[in-house]
Design a protein around this ligand. Sequence first.
Ligand code: IPE
Ligand code: IPE
Ligand code: MG
Length: 232
Amino acid sequence: MKQIPRHIAIIMDGNGRWARERGQPRAEGHRRGAETIENIVSACRDRNVRHLTLYAFSEENWRRPSEEVLALMQLLRHFLSSKRAELIEKKTAFRAIGDLERLPADVRQELWETCEATKGGDRMTLIVALSYGGRQEICRAVNSLAGRGVKEVTPEIIETALDTSGIPDPDLLIRTSGEYRLSNFLLWQLAYAELYFTETHWPDFTAEELDRAIESFSRRQRRFGLTDDQLK
Ligand code: IPE
Ligand code: IPE
Ligand code: MG
């Protein structure tokens, strides 16, 4: 029996390199990457993954050339407006995490409409990290607790103020394109995630490769600090 992670988080990397290898503009890599998103969202749903978090745009990515940032924002807006009906039909709740205030107003509007329209989705939650940084998220959480007069924090209290509150921590993290780092993604939430890295660029990532990642996850023993005898 294959064990299905309850929550998968993915750092979708390599769109630019995919495009460069084909002599195409980076924006084309992002466009193809968006097609992979559709494919992988439905593959996860078919496999009964309950939560899927995708790293789509980091706080640090704001420093990219403005035309690339613009292309990504356009793609995002298009994705949201064209996929909303399908998300509703497939009972997929949509959530966005990150410093959303920094996003253009029309993107924020699309995000809000998508979250509202898909609220009742009980089959899967699709969480998209936008303008997201893990350290910044922890700072925002602590500042909001301080603003509410909280004098001393515990992990449980911090969790209530994170963007991901109410969502279980990821069980499996996948990063594509041969980079072995977290790039400020879900620093708090990934504390005990199993990690899976692949050389494949995100536009070439397939459901078969997702299955290989899940397969690898099922073979691992998660000990959470205990000895293996304690787990028997
Ligand atoms: C990931 O692909 C998508 C975003 C960061 C928005 P990249 O654009 O980082 O692709 P590479 O790493 O340059 O190949
Ligand atoms: C991480 O990828 C962010 C996303 C996938 C959205 P980057 O390409 O920005 O990460 P670094 O710069 O290689 O660490
Ligand atoms: Mg990259």
